[in-house]
Design a protein around this ligand. Structure first.
Ligand SMILES: NC(=O)c1ccc[n+]([C@@H]2O[C@H](COP(=O)([O-])OP(=O)(O)OC[C@H]3O[C@@H](n4cnc5c(N)ncnc54)[C@H](O)[C@@H]3O)[C@@H](O)[C@H]2O)c1
Length: 278
């Protein structure tokens, strides 16, 4: 197996490593030579990812973990250390994404508003937001990233080696996700945390960066596109100069680059997005 990481027998921990983007990132890191710790709040979602890594001859430890639970996160890192000795690479991928029918309805309403001549108005998404929905997203998408990062740094700082890749979103750097103001706010927080923390720890040879993906061709995004009629789908493609979503492999290539050596990227927010935000 190729091993572009400079440490011997690198260990990478990927959160939310189910059949969406997280699984693809874990598989790509295994292909790059890492031993994997994968976690998800729903451990059944990890089976396909773990099987694929094992079928490639890789080593993988699958752990159930709710990243919004600080004690559960610490316990997961303890288990990872007991099994593999340490963690060299952390990919903070787990997140709540707005995917309920009402979220999809808002998404379609927003895209139609962006691409159809119609009288200007407020879309009314923020004024309809409940405290519970706002906090639910912050607990996972921001607090979860903090808990995992803190636990990882407690291993990375003494060993003076670490690579952390946060999965933000174009939602955090633009108005592309107007339909989900709570999600956008959490991803903006991930961007700010990435930059501040990257400068804090770079002197200990810990490189922290983020990607801000545009649309990812996940099974869930594909299912959403199927709910649109042809006119709606055509409107959607107008938003992306490349005229297509990015594949999970394309996003994984960027994450593997950030997780591996050598590179001189510190605190950067790289946005593979097909040109939808330039
Ligand atoms: N799909 C896209 O178009 C897109 C675009 C931009 C950014 N992203 C980001 O990419 C990442 C992956 O998104 P995805 O589309 O694959 O979504 P997904 O829902 O398929 O994956 C998220 C995973 O996180 C897990 N998870 C949720 N809450 C958790 C918790 N509390 N603890 C542990 N695991 C938890 C879920 O079970 C799921 O397996 C997310 O950070 C998302 O914000 C996705």
């Amino acid at each position: 197996m190729r091993n572009p990481l400079s440490v011997k027998e690198p260990v990478a921990l990927v959160t939310g490593a189910g059949p969406g983007l997280g699984g693809a990132l874990a598989i790509a890191l295994a292909a790059a030579g890492a031993r994997l710790v994968i976690c998800d709040i729903d451990p059944d979602r990890l089976n396909g990812t773990a099987e694929k890594i094992r079928s490639m001859g890789g080593e993988v430890l699958s752990l159930p973990c709710d990243v919004s639970d600080s004690a559960a996160v610490d316990a997961m890192f303890t288990q990872a250390a007991q099994h593999f000795g340490t963690v060299h690479v952390l990919v903070n991928n787990a997140a709540l994404v707005p995917a309920r029918p009402v979220d999809q309805q808002r998404r379609s309403e927003h895209y139609a508003y962006l691409t159809t001549p119609e009288p200007r108005r407020s879309l009314g998404f923020t004024s309809a937001m409940s405290d519970e929905e706002w906090l639910r997203f912050w607990n996972v998408n921001v607090h979860g990233v903090f808990y995992c990062t803190r636990a990882a740094l407690r291993m990375m700082e003494p060993q003076r080696y670490g690579r952390i890749v946060n999965i933000a979103s174009v939602a955090g750097i633009s108005a592309m996700s107007v339909h989900s103001p709570h999600y956008s706010a959490t991803k903006g927080a991930v961007v700010a945390f990435t930059k501040a923390m990257a400068a804090e720890v770079a002197g200990a040879n810990i490189q922290v960066n983020a990607i801000a993906p545009g649309g990812v061709f996940t099974p869930d995004f594909e299912a959403y596109l199927q709910t649109l009629d042809e006119a709606g789908r055509n409107r959607f493609w107008q938003l992306i100069p490349a005229g297509r979503l990015g594949t999970m492999d394309e996003y994984a290539a960027t994450v593997v680059h950030l997780a591996c050596d050598p590179h001189y990227l510190v605190g950067q927010i790289i946005s593979p997005n097909g040109g939808c935000v330039i």
